[in-house]
Write a protein that binds this ligand. Structure first.
Ligand SMILES: [Zn+2]
Length: 275
């Protein structure tokens, strides 16, 4: 991959490409091993449920299984509720049952490829998965802030343009950084370790992160997905242009949520939902 091009802070036409070395014939976990892994994943779930506030908005039951957005962003693993939609309910809502279900599938199908051989590896892979989800959802927030700065209504991008950008940003950023930005990372990480199973923040190296992200890419068949293929299109660069870099930086640092009460940063508005 061309390191120079895939910089999350620069918006230029680009695509994120996974590793090409996945071999379908690689062995899967034997069932006994997977039982142990499952047990640990339940521990992660318990931690997240405890440390994040649960909020189930009425609109979630309407959009959960459909493509219809009704004014919010509906992704398979999370919802983004824009402040243009609701000043009181905006934020990132992690769809916990779907996240855990998908993670089990990724571990079951790609655990051998990723090189998961112990429980610490499971936690490391989950941290990368969570970072990927968080960066994706944060992208919707960044785009909404850019709309606000331009004096436009949200959204200004087509669904294909925005989801492609969000996926690109998620893969590129999760690959470059260890994990989440400091504030949500600390909170979510505390959630993960609160069961007392792990005492150290896992630290998958860059190569491991790239393998985990490639597994995520293949698991969700991103290469075949017309909406979620991780691409920055020319039209996106033209529409968002120079505002991407400063607004992204501010969002990553937790500098501000544009046009919203400055005490209400997106970090404080991460919830989990049963939908
Ligand atoms: Zn999305």
């Amino acid at each position: 991959m061309d390191e120079g091009r895939n910089r999350p802070y620069v918006l230029e036409p680009s695509a994120w490409e996974p590793l090409q070395d996945y071999i379908k014939e690689e062995p899967l976990f034997v069932p006994e091993e997977f039982e142990e892994v499952n047990y640990r994943i339940e521990g992660i779930e318990e931690g997240l449920r405890k440390s994040l506030e649960r909020r189930d908005l009425p609109v979630f039951s309407e959009v959960g299984e459909t493509e219809e957005s009704k004014g919010i962003v509906v992704d398979f693993l999370a919802f983004y509720v824009p402040y243009h939609y609701s000043r009181s309910d905006w934020g990132i809502y992690l769809r916990l049952p779907k996240i855990l279900g998908a993670f089990k599938g990724i571990v079951r199908n790609y655990g051998a490829y990723i090189g998961i051989s112990n429980i610490g590896d499971v936690l490391g892979a989950f941290t990368v998965f969570l970072a990927y989800i968080y960066w994706h959802e944060l992208t919707h927030h960044i785009v909404e802030d850019i709309c606000s700065m331009m004096g436009a209504n949200y959204p200004v991008l087509s669904r294909q343009e925005e989801e492609g950008l969000a996926e690109w940003h998620a893969f590129v950023t999760a690959e470059r950084r260890l994990s989440l930005p400091y504030r949500p990372y600390r909170r979510l990480n505390t959630a993960i370790i609160s069961r007392g199973i792990w005492w150290k923040i896992p630290n998958p190296g860059k190569e491991a992160r790239r393998k985990i992200l490639s597994a995520i890419y293949y698991y969700f068949r991103r290469d075949k997905d017309p909406i979620y293929k991780p691409i920055v299109r020319d039209s996106v660069v033209k529409k968002l242009g120079l505002l991407w870099t400063p607004v992204r930086e501010a969002s990553v640092r937790g500098g501000y949520a544009y046009l919203v009460d400055s005490r209400e940063e997106v970090y404080h508005r991460v919830y989990w939902t049963i939908y």
